[in-house]
Ligand binder design. Structure first.
Ligand code: ATP
Ligand code: MG
Length: 404
């Protein structure tokens, strides 16, 4: 049912299989004795299998939506009613394994043929019931390369503001799915044309669809998605936010102040969308490390090695490429950094920090202090530049240069 039947009919890979049935939750628990029953009052149980958890839901009707979010009550019912509670016609198809037939009570097959995302029933009512559907419509339309059916699109434009009723987490999850999906640039074009964008990301609503910044942003998202089909949420969000601090007014501030203002803005967005701390840290790191690419040709070898050996370098590189394509198209820094990174991946060698440790220095009679760190750093630099290639060479170097 739902997404998996849609994806199967479109020949797409399916993420999860959901099952719907006329059996009620108590009957289901007798059949699946290992079921997890967290959503039981809503008629949903989860059955754990070795490689995935399958959701089994009783056909139901959702009643009395409050606050544009959740139904107050559900009643167990028929597949026809169950289809009615779903968001879009393409998401309301059932496959009946007994008869091997598709059960389509909402003209979902037609919408699949027409490549159209169409709300079930009255679009305005459906978006008012649950405003998250506003974003889901955009996400499915971009992901599947489907048009937004005329009245569905109109209702989104008219009620875009309702998205502010939805919690930061749920908005964040939808945006992340758009950003990491197949066509993020298209998703953002749609967010803009439907008028959702300023309500979803008010902090960067100064990115006007007619302006150069917007074209640049969409180009960067497009470049990233073409190059990295399976990208992390951090790099996807960083691509969206790396220029967020730039406005027409702050062009003249020095770059340090700009970075601080920029990071404060990123933090504000991340807080509102309740991003996990780890994700925020990664996004900020990807943004603040970017300018270093412009220096790669002049960097000392050890500095370059430290730069490319950081854990998030692959993501940094992907972001830099997208940014370069979207701005001046100069890929020289990218190509150089990429080739050095490829060399490193081919033969990572020994961790430069391990040639010499504090322990070794103590045994040689040094005591911790500024000179101590200076020695470790010098040896690490030389190891990164391949001027020292073994522990013995490191010890000899220290004896020659720092003893006596
Ligand atoms: P995806 O590929 O993103 O998982 P999906 O269609 O499977 O797409 P889910 O969010 O997994 O989407 O939800 C499964 C099904 O539940 C949907 O196909 C739809 O029928 C229904 N559904 C989910 N969220 C809503 C909602 N907010 N309003 C109405 N129906 C919904
Ligand atoms: Mg799904």
């Amino acid at each position: 049912m739902g997404g998996s039947v849609r994806d199967f009919l479109l020949g797409r890979e399916t993420k999860d299989h959901d099952i719907a049935t006329s059996a009620n939750p108590d009957e289901l628990c007798e059949i699946f004795t290992n079921a997890v029953t967290v959503g039981k009052i809503f008629g949903v149980i989860r059955v754990p299998y070795p490689d995935q958890v399958i959701e089994v839901a009783t056909f139901r009707q959702d009643l009395d939506y409050r606050d544009h979010r959740h139904p107050e009550k559900v009643v167990f019912s028929s597949p026809e009613d169950d289809a009615q509670r779903r968001d879009f016609t393409v998401n309301a198809l059932f496959y009946d394994p007994k008869t091997s037939r598709i059960l389509d009570t909402v003209e979902g097959m037609n919408a699949l043929r027409e490549k159209s995302i169409c709300a079930i029933g009255n679009p305005t009512h459906r978006f008012k019931e649950d405003a998250l559907r506003l974003l889901r419509a955009v996400r499915f339309s971009a992901e599947l390369n489907f048009i937004l059916e005329e009245y569905t699109a109109l209702a989104i434009e008219q009620h875009a503001r309702l998205i502010t009723k939805i919690s930061g987490e749920r908005v964040r999850d939808e945006l992340t799915l758009m950003l990491t999906g197949s066509h993020p640039a298209e998703a953002f074009r749609l967010l803009s044309s439907t008028g959702l964008f300023p309500w979803v990301l008010p902090e960067i609503s100064h990115f006007k669809p007619t302006g150069g910044m917007w074209t640049y942003l969409v180009k960067a998202l497009d470049a990233l998605s073409r190059q990295s089909p399976r990208r992390s949420s951090a790099v996807a969000w960083a691509t969206l936010l790396h220029e967020a601090g730039k406005t027409a007014t702050n062009k003249k501030i020095d770059s340090e102040a700009l970075t601080a203002a920029h990071l404060a803005l990123v933090q504000k967005i991340s807080d509102r969308l309740k991003m996990p701390g780890e994700l925020i840290d990664s996004i900020c790191l990807l943004i603040t490390e970017q300018p270093k690419f412009r220096e790669v040709f002049e960097m000392r070898e050890s500095t370059l090695q430290r730069f490319i050996r950081q854990p998030k370098f692959a993501e940094l590189l992907a972001l830099h490429r997208a940014v370069a394509i979207a701005s001046d198209g100069n890929l020289a820094f990218y190509e150089f950094a990429q080739s050095r990174y490829a060399e490193f991946l081919k033969s990572p060698g020994m961790d430069a920090k391990k040639f010499l440790t504090g322990e070794d220095l103590i045994q040689m009679g040094f005591s911790p202090g500024p000179k101590f760190s200076q020695i470790l750093r010098t040896v690490e630099d030389l190891a990164l530049e391949l001027k020292i290639t073994s522990k013995q060479e490191a010890l000899d170097y220290v004896l020659q240069h720092f003893v006596g």
